[in-house]
Each structure stands twice: as structure tokens, then as C-alpha cells.
Ligand binder design. Structure first.
Ligand SMILES: Cc1ncc(COP(=O)(O)O)c(C=O)c1O
Length: 389
């Protein structure tokens, strides 16, 4: 059994999450449950593989090995029932860069890209920073759950709309989209000649009773019209190693995407990232199963605690991911007051919901990929904060 309860000191490791809080939040003495990496050490096989490569001592330019491709292909088959070919796999040093490359490859300046808000904030900037326009197709929030709004989507499409960014599973709302939901979306996009970039970076962390469907697996037509962004980074907590695989079955789309990468001379992963991916996909499935159970346990603890002690909060019951989306509107504060409350009263570093879109104004995102003690401490601080109001 892996010990996910063990707390590892991450301060002074150049961690985005733990160091430099002063700059972002105006004070250093905060407990961070924000940016999406986890506080757990990686699976032992990953550490072993990295040590072995480190001890070799020569760290020159790397090629992508056959073993790397095989590991990716087998993972997709085994975990996602998705049969892919080696040529479809395109390496990028992150999913966010891939979103930006997709914008450049499949749209022209002035074109429109649709996203389903509230959504992971770089979806917006990868569109606007490239001189394209964001079109929001907000999710419907009904009875504590989120749904896609197909009617609104069809209304928003015009001749300048070329691309749609799908987040599946969805960050921050925690939906694991059902096959029928994806099919409906995919068919609307095909009908209107809109390519879909499906960011599936959270696809391995899905809770009991839910099943992730790879968007390209929904139908042959959808497969030919989609770019699937995958990575071992969220799953195995190796975001700092910067490895992701963009899987593009359609040759024409793949070639256009690769042209953009070549312009920036993006060729192959760094040697450590490559070793980590192989050790993760080949040898760390058992660690992942235990991790999923632990995170689901964290979610249950969080929801039970809130029910008993913080009835003013509404936690969206997530179906996957290590992120929890919490509706704070019944605390009866505006967004500035909420910000002050969480930072200065509770001393927590969280993601303020409006960074995911205006619909998130009175929401907060909690990262529960941490030892339970850290989460308990955060919840206690909120309880005390509320009691002192
Ligand atoms: C939906 C989503 N996409 C992409 C990323 C980041 O991807 P990368 O670090 O590979 O650029 C995150 C990280 O939080 C995410 O939640």
C-alpha cells in the first residue's frame, strides 16, 4: 500500500504551488490548495527510472524511443479501450502549448473559438493571445450539476467559428461527460465544420460509477474531426517534467498541427520526462488505482465535513479529477469579500472562480490532491473563519 497520508515538505523547492505565494496572494503564510499538481511523491517505479537515468551522467539530445510509443499505445488500449496507432501520437511539452498550436494550426487571426465556461483559464488566453476571439457556450448549472447547452451552442456558431475546446473530464466542474453528451456535441461540430480539440489531461482520475469516454472513440466521423490532448502529468504528478501526447488520427489535421510545432523546433521530450512516462505507463497502474481511491476518499470527507459544519457551502459532487468546485454564493459575500475571507481570514491559497469565467464569480476551486490532514486543516480554517464572521 502506498502511503498517501505522508506529508512531504514542498516549501523551498521552487514549487509554483507552495513558494512565491506572497506575489500572488499578498502573503506567504497560506495553506495552498490551488494550482493543479498534487502533494504526493510519485510512484516508486518513476523515482527508480529517473535515478537510473540520472546516474548515467550524460544528458544529451534524446530521440523518442519505440518503447515510449508502445507505452502510450498500451495505456490507451488498456485504460481507455482506445486503439491508436504510433503515427497519430505527437509529442508536445505540455497540453497548454498544444492548445495554442491548435489555434494557430486550425484558425486564422480574427476567427472564433468556442469554449464551455466556466473552464480552465488558459483556454481563454491561448485563443486571445493568438489574436482569435473567444465565444463562450456556458454550461448549464442546474440542481448542483453541470450540463452542456447544445441549443446555445448552435446559436453561437457562425462562418468565423472554426474550433471548439472541450474539457473532458471538465476542469473545474468535475463532470465526466457521458458518451451520449459527447456524441451530441461532436455531431453539431461536424455539421458546422468545427474541429474539436478535446483536452483529456484529467482522463485517468475518474470515480466509481463513472467512465471516461475518449472523444475520438465516440464514432468514426468524430475521430476524424478531433485532436485529443493527453498526458501522464496530472495522473502521475509529473507536471514539472513536461511531457504530453497529442493524438491526432486524421492525417491532414495532424500534418497541419506538426507544421506549427516545427516552426518552434519542438522535437522530443527531455530524457527525464521520457523515462518517467515509460515507468508510469508500464509499471505504475497499481499506484494509480490506490491514488484514485484516496482522492475519492478525500472528496467524500470534504463533502461530509461541509454538510455537517459548513451548510452555507454547496460542493459540486465531482465525477473525477482532483479538483472540487464549490459554490460559495450562500456565504452572502461579493467576490472581493470572498477573496479577503479566504486569504486573510482562512489563510488559504485557492483558485478564485472568476478566473474560469464570469459564471464562476462566487465559486472557489479546491485542489484535493493532497494528504487528508492538509485538507482537514483547510476545512477547519474555513469553519473557524465562518464562525468568526
Ligand atoms: C484541463 C487542463 N489542461 C491542461 C493543463 C495543464 O497542462 P500542461 O501542464 O501539460 O500544459 C491543466 C492543468 O491544470 C488542466 O487542468
Amino acid at each position: 500500500m502506498h502511503d498517501f497520508d505522508r506529508i512531504v515538505e514542498r516549501r523551498n523547492t521552487n514549487s509554483v504551488k507552495w513558494d512565491g505565494l506572497d506575489q500572488l496572494y499578498g502573503r506567504e503564510d497560506l495553506l495552498p490548495l490551488w494550482v493543479a499538481d498534487m502533494d504526493f511523491p510519485v510512484a516508486p517505479a518513476i523515482t527508480e527510472a529517473l535515478k537510473k537515468r540520472l546516474e548515467h551522467g550524460v544528458y544529451g539530445y534524446s530521440l523518442i524511443s519505440n518503447r515510449y510509443y508502445e507505452a502510450v499505445i498500451k495505456w490507451m488500449e488498456k485504460r481507455h479501450n482506445w486503439s491508436i496507432q504510433k503515427e497519430w501520437i505527437v509529442f508536445t511539452p505540455g497540453v497548454v502549448p498544444a492548445l495554442s498550436y491548435a489555434v494557430k494550426a486550425f484558425t486564422k487571426p480574427g476567427d472564433k473559438v468556442i469554449l464551455q465556461s466556466p473552464v480552465y483559464h488558459p483556454f481563454y488566453s491561448s485563443i486571445t493571445d493568438n489574436g482569435r476571439h473567444v465565444v463562450t457556450n456556458p454550461l448549464i448549472y442546474r440542481d448542483g450539476k453541470y450540463y452542456m447547452d447544445y441549443e446555445d451552442l448552435e446559436k453561437k456558431i457562425d462562418s468565423k467559428t472554426r474550433l471548439l475546446f472541450l474539457c473532458s473530464p471538465h476542469n473545474p466542474v468535475g463532470r465526466v461527460w457521458k458518451e451520449e453528451e459527447l456524441r451530441k456535441l461532436g455531431e453539431i461540430c461536424i455539421k458546422n465544420d468545427i474541429i474539436v480539440v478535446s483536452d483529456e489531461i484529467h482522463f485517468d482520475i475518474v470515480f466509481k460509477g463513472h467512465k471516461h469516454t475518449v472523444f475520438a472513440n465516440v464514432s468514426e466521423e468524430i475521430k476524424e474531426n478531433s485532436i485529443i490532448c493527453t498526458a501522464p502529468s496530472k495522473t502521475f504528478n509529473i507536471a514539472g517534467l513536461q511531457v504530453s501526447n497529442i493524438i491526432i488520427p486524421n492525417r491532414r489535421l495532424r500534418e497541419r498541427f506538426i507544421i506549427e510545432l516545427e516552426k518552434d523546433h519542438i522535437l522530443s521530450p527531455n530524457i527525464f520526462g521520457q523515462e518517467a512516462l515509460i515507468a508510469a505507463y508500464e509499471q505504475s497502474e497499481d499506484w494509480l488505482e490506490q491514488l484514485i481511491d484516496y482522492i475519492e476518499g478525500n472528496k467524500d470527507y470534504f463533502m461530509d465535513f461541509v454538510k455537517e459544519n459548513l451548510p452555507q457551502l454547496d460542493v459540486i459532487d465531482s465525477e473525477g479529477t482532483f479538483l472540487l468546485w464549490v459554490d460559495c454564493s450562500r456565504l452572502n459575500m461579493d467576490s472581493e469579500e470572498l477573496k479577503d475571507f479566504f486569504i486573510n481570514k482562512c489563510r488559504l491559497a485557492l483558485n478564485q472562480g472568476d478566473m474560469f469565467g464570469e459564471e464562476g464569480k462566487l465559486f472557489y476551486r479546491f485542489n484535493i490532491g493532497c494528504p487528508r490532514k492538509i485538507m482537514e486543516e483547510a476545512l477547519m480554517r474555513i469553519k473557524e473563519g465562518v464562525e468568526s464572521l
